[in-house]
Design a protein around this ligand. Structure first.
Ligand code: WTA
Length: 650
């Protein structure tokens, strides 16, 4: 693994304050006991928690069924309803407690108590049923960050429909791929969304996506979020309010098998089209519930704010499901961190008394640029825990978050996990001593290890492939409709049934994990996963592009930027024409995938640097993208002069 090496030499350790130690539910002793139990009886550990923390319609007797490995089933003969667990079970004690506090882009605030959320979810569950949605049907949710997105997800869970939320920033093309792959029956969307003081249309993308094919989509429910008029297709499109009129605010939750799919969420892999990561009901909910308790210590006095969009896994586990399952109050925010100015996040924290705040390193880095003056204008004294997710946090951003936002007192909960893992896997508890940049140690019941290329377990200090050795309840169950891909992507090792993460990592002398990055062709741009293949195919679908290669290069704020190397099937233009073509190609990618995938820079050449066997030498392209001298051996290249062409362009 000569290409995997660590350059971090972080040695600082931050112990929890006495205040933290004395106030959190999981103390050192409780944690030690959990680790002991988990290592002695893996399945018993998870099964006992599943009985203690969740309410089952029909209790399970089987903890783990591994007879069909690598398809693992947890609590498999039990029945449960997620919406009941997130809402109904709190009604007796918390019916007037705020479940969701929503702040809109323009500062409009709306609160839903648990009782109000219950009524809304029931009404919408009845609406879905009235529109012909049945247990097991797939429903696409393409909505902005508004409470109706959570209501729609919860309503699907209530009737046993399988939702697939598509991030509102994805284009019509990307949306269509997902609708088709999921073979969805119904789409829920809004006329538009509000972001940064503007309104952005959304329904048009649904119309465009459904234009060709997609005959399986029978209905589109449209919630009006903006004043914009949209076309409503006769017989297909229905206004949310009209559809809901007269619906009862009670709906009996439908118990489903613990293994019934709760949702699909599409994510990028190194090859081909995005994968529909299929999650279960019982196992998923268990880890969603536990990690909200363990990592965020949520209790009745907390206001929890996770800034992630519901279009990503973080918005599922730490917005739509987990915080509600534990009966917490959570904040949802529609807008952007920089509108009306870069103090918005801190203003929202102050105004709603946020106590636990969870965001991405890219947001922290972007806001850091504006200095400490902005956050200092706001009262952030209620904050007690700060979380991060999505990519390794650089120690500089960690320190700023800790000092400026957390007054040097709030633990930084750096949570490593993935769409596929469903919930946090390697992360500190609030009482864990912290090292800036490390996600610390695996949770009880999670067995992580680092392997070399031959599959041998490596010792402390050696970098290699991160694997999870034993199944856990919220793990991915399948790639929707593609069993082979599930097996070959996640369980590729011959001799051992380990889940292969796709990240490289190392463990330091104290056993702390440091994530080094992806080992496959997946980029992490502002915490979003993008497959290089997807962007390459988007570029190649442009009429002037013959071939394209995408690599990542380090970027101060985004973590990674997208660099494109393009071979045209026309002459390489110069001057204004070239600028225009670059802009056109960037727009083309935005149209095919979404603005997050737009290349940051595009270089043109008459060919790509390839070996004689035709393999693109991405390592060389990475060096060029970084603007560094090429020191690698280029003798296997078919045509070394190609490199100069690319190097001459910035
Ligand atoms: C990366 C997001 C370092 C990692 C929840 C992983 C991280 C991928 C961290 C999953 C972290 C996520 N430290 N790297 N705390 N969290 N990653 O599926 O490369 O969008 O494999 O899930 O993000 O991205 P995904």
């Amino acid at each position: 693994m000569s290409n995997i090496e660590s350059i971090l030499t972080e040695t600082r350790i931050f112990e929890p304050t006495e205040k933290v130690k004395n106030s959190v539910a999981i103390t050192e002793a409780v944690l030690a006991e959990m680790h002991k139990k988990a290592s002695e009886d893996h399945v018993g550990f998870w099964s006992d928690l599943a009985k203690e923390k969740l309410e089952w319609s029909k209790p399970f007797t089987v903890g783990l069924d591994d007879s069909k490995a690598p398809h693992y089933e947890w609590f498999t003969d039990g029945e449960i309803n997620v919406s009941y667990n997130c809402i109904d079970r709190h009604l007796e004690t918390k019916s007037d407690k705020a479940a969701i506090i929503f702040e809109g882009d323009l500062g409009d605030v709306q609160t839903y108590t648990y009782k109000e959320l219950h009524d809304q979810v029931c009404r919408f569950a009845n609406t879905l049923t009235a529109q012909g949605v049945e247990k097991g049907d797939r429903v696409i949710i393409y909505m902005p960050m508004i409470p109706q997105a959570v209501i729609a997800m919860q309503a699907c869970a209530r009737i046993g429909a399988i939702h697939s939320v598509v991030f509102g920033g994805f284009s019509a093309e990307a949306l269509r791929d997902r609708i088709e792959n999921a073979n969805a029956k119904l789409v829920i969307t809004t006329n538009g969304s509000r972001r940064g003081g503007k309104t952005i249309p959304l329904k048009g993308a649904v119309d465009a996506a459904l234009e060709k094919g997609c005959d399986h989509v029978k209905k589109v429910i449209v919630y009006r979020r903006t004043d914009d008029e949209v076309e409503m297709k006769e017989g297909r499109d229905i206004d949310w309010m009209d559809a809901e009129a007269g619906m009862s605010n009670y709906h009996e939750p439908v118990p489903v098998n613990a293994e019934h799919p709760l949702f699909l969420l599409y994510t990028s892999g190194s090859t081909g089209t995005p994968k529909g990561v299929q999650h279960s009901t019982g196992g998923y909910l268990l880890n969603a519930h536990l990690t909200n308790e363990w990592m965020f210590d949520l209790n009745d006095n907390d206001v929890f704010w996770c800034t992630a969009d519901v279009g990503w896994i973080t918005g599922h586990t730490y917005v739509a499901y987990g915080p509600l399952s534990v009966g917490a109050t959570m904040l949802m925010f529609e807008g952007v961190p920089t509108y009306p100015d870069a103090g918005r996040f801190w203003q929202v924290c102050q105004d709603h008394g946020v106590t636990v705040f969870y965001t991405a390193p890219t947001a922290i880095r972007a806001l850091m640029k504006f200095g400490a003056d902005l956050p200092e204008k706001y009262d952030l004294s209620k904050l007690r825990l700060l979380g991060t997710v999505g990519e390794p946090i650089n120690p500089e951003a960690w320190m700023w978050y800790h000092e400026v936002i957390g007054r040097g007192e709030c633990p930084i909960i750096d949570t490593w996990w993935q769409t596929e893992t469903g919930a946090h896997m390697i992360a500190p508890f609030p009482i864990t001593p912290l090292k800036p940049g490390s996600c610390t140690k695996p949770l009880p019941g999670i067995e992580a290890a680092i392997l070399d290329e031959e599959g041998n377990e490596l010792g402390l200090g050696e970098g290699g492939l991160l694997v999870i050795k034993k199944p856990w309840p919220s793990m991915i169950r399948n790639v929707w409709g593609d069993e082979e891909r599930y097996k070959s992507t996640y369980f590729p090792l011959q001799d051992v049934p380990y889940y292969v993460v796709g990240d490289s990592a190392y463990q330091d002398k104290d056993g702390y994990f440091w994530i080094l990055g992806r080992v496959d062709d997946v980029l992490n741009v502002s915490g979003h996963r993008l497959g290089t293949m997807e962007i390459e195919s988007a570029l190649v679908s442009h009429e002037k592009v013959a071939e394209a290669a995408i690599v990542g290069r380090p970027h101060d704020i985004k973590g990674e930027a997208v660099s494109a190397f393009v071979v045209l099937n026309v002459d390489i233009p110069n001057g204004d024409e070239r600028t225009a073509l670059v802009a056109e190609l960037r727009e083309h990618v935005a149209k095919e995938i979404g603005p997050i995938a737009k290349p940051d820079d595009i270089r043109f050449g008459t060919n790509l640097p390839k070996t004689r066997s035709g393999k693109i030498m991405r390592r060389l392209l990475r060096t060029i993208a970084k603007g560094e001298e090429i020191t690698q051996d280029t003798s296997t290249l078919e045509d070394p002069s190609i490199l100069e062409q690319f190097q001459q362009q910035k």
